[in-house]
Design a protein around this ligand. Structure first.
Ligand SMILES: Cc1ncc(COP(=O)(O)O)c(C=O)c1O
Length: 439
């Protein structure tokens, strides 16, 4: 029998965590099933965040668990450098079939951060291979989150994530973010105001000249920074300006991908066709780390030149297309297809929207925004203590049996796509009760 003991917390240097605060009052999870975690003290916690935006089909789904168990006993590891195993090819084909348009080629990674750095490298190498090697500049966006690799940090736009790590990549510029409460507070879905902010790309082109710019990377819906939904027409405008100047457009769909918006990908939702798409998280339902970068035929084919036997793209990870991750992803795609999860969000979105917007008028709530099965609830910050109010809500929610995510003073909700209406009622009802207690 397992000993009921509190582990020594000292050695694990925890990621994106206030370590000392956490270790003084830890929150430990012991198991999970479907919509719920069970904490190590035995209390049930309704998952309002799909883990970390990744458990889209709900927790510990039998089909995925079994696929992983079987594969790890059958083929624990297989190199994909100058070798292969059949299921990695099958997975790439299935993913390409799921993604609209000519995004028919898939490069495997192990995380969102690796997907982003891979996509940036593809963009740079693409231009060079076409004889356009002066295109080295990368354009991100303020408040963007593209993971923690040096490439992703460089194009990312969250100052606190960047400030400790030196000058980062040279030759990077940023579009302005699209968040504006004066114009867009309490908007349901895509805000009407703000498409013109895409025209800032024209200004950046004027400043640097198009011939120096390789790619623009944006999250179609920016999640980690606090749920920023693109203004109507904004992404279309970015696409048009990129086309005008021969700049590649990269969608970072690490959060938007795999049904979060009520469509398989943000590409479907917004009807905008990028040149590269980065994914991870929902690809394996969070079970085993894996990411995937999608490239168009045009981008991919630019690499398939040169002498036979030459490695076309000198990039990859030991675990690219890992057999166990591949098995998890294939089973995840089965579950998504069998249960219609990649579009289920669209059916539930109106109910979710009404529920979330019912929080309007509660103390400190200065904005509510939503799209698909994602919502952001922004609280007024306490003077001189940004994030303290939302953190208090997070702790109280966890103790009351609800997992929410906070960034600064924004609460983000992104439940598993198997959520039922009664879970939404519980989620929003409990959150409302807790918001009322905040000072
Ligand atoms: C849009 C986006 N890109 C990249 C990442 C980084 O992913 P990972 O933490 O798997 O490296 C995240 C993580 O939240 C993300 O939201």
């Amino acid at each position: 029998m397992l000993e009921n003991r509190t582990p020594d917390l000292a050695a694990f240097w925890m990621p994106f965590t206030a370590n000392r605060q956490f270790k003084a009052n830890p929150r430990l999870l012991a198991s999970a099933k479907d919509m719920y975690y069970t904490a190590s003290d035995g209390h049930q916690v309704l998952d309002g965040t799909a883990g970390l935006w990744c458990v889209n089909a709900g927790h510990c789904r039998d089909k995925i668990t079994k696929a992983v168990q079987t594969k790890v006993a059958e083929l624990d590891f297989a190199p994909t450098f100058q070798m292969g195993h059949p299921e990695a090819f099958e997975l790439a084909s299935r993913l390409a079939a799921l993604m609209p348009g000519p995004l028919n080629h898939v490069f495997f990674t192990n995380s969102g951060s690796e997907s982003v750095d891979t996509a940036l490298k593809i963009a740079l190498a693409y231009h060079r291979l076409r004889g356009d090697g002066a295109r080295t500049r990368l354009i991100g966006r303020e408040r963007g989150y593209h993971g923690v690799g040096f490439g992703g940090l460089s194009v990312g736009g969250i100052a606190n994530n960047r400030k400790h790590f030196g000058p980062l990549l040279p030759g990077v510029d940023h579009l302005p973010h699209t968040h504006n409460l004066d114009h867009n507070a309490f908007t349901k879905g895509e805000p009407a105001w703000g498409a013109h902010l895409a025209d800032e790309l024209e200004r950046i082109v004027t400043l640097h000249d198009a011939s120096t710019i390789a790619a623009v990377i944006v999250e179609p819906m920016a999640g980690s920074t606090g749920v920023l939904i693109p203004p109507q027409g904004y992404l279309q405008r970015l696409r048009a300006i990129c086309d005008k100047y021969g700049i590649l457009l990269i969608f970072d769909e690490v959060i938007c991908g795999f049904g979060r918006l009520g469509t398989p990908f943000g590409v479907n939702y917004f009807g905008v066709q990028p040149d590269l798409v980065t994914t991870a998280k929902g690809l394996t339902n969070g079970t085993i780390p894996m990411g995937a970068v999608f490239a168009t035929d045009a981008v991919h084919d630019a690499f398939m030149t040169g002498p036979d036997g030459a490695i076309e793209f000198l990039h990859g990870y030991t675990y690219s297309g890992h057999p166990v991750a591949t098995a998890a992803a294939l089973a995840t795609l089965d579950v998504y297809a069998e249960e219609g999860l990649l579009t289920r969000g669209a059916e539930l979105a109106p109910y979710f929207e009404d529920a979330v917007h019912s929080l309007r008028g509660l103390p400190h709530v200065i904005d509510i925004r939503n799209i698909g099965l994602v919502a952001g609830i922004e609280l007024q910050s306490r003077p001189g203590a940004i994030g303290a109010r939302a953190y208090e809500a997070f702790v109280k929610c966890f103790e009351a049996g609800l997992l929410i995510r906070t960034t600064g003073d924004i609460i983000a909700l992104s439940p598993p796509l198997i959520i039922e209406k009664h879970h939404i009622d519980t989620l929003i009802g409990q959150l409302a009760d807790i918001l009322k207690t905040l000072v």
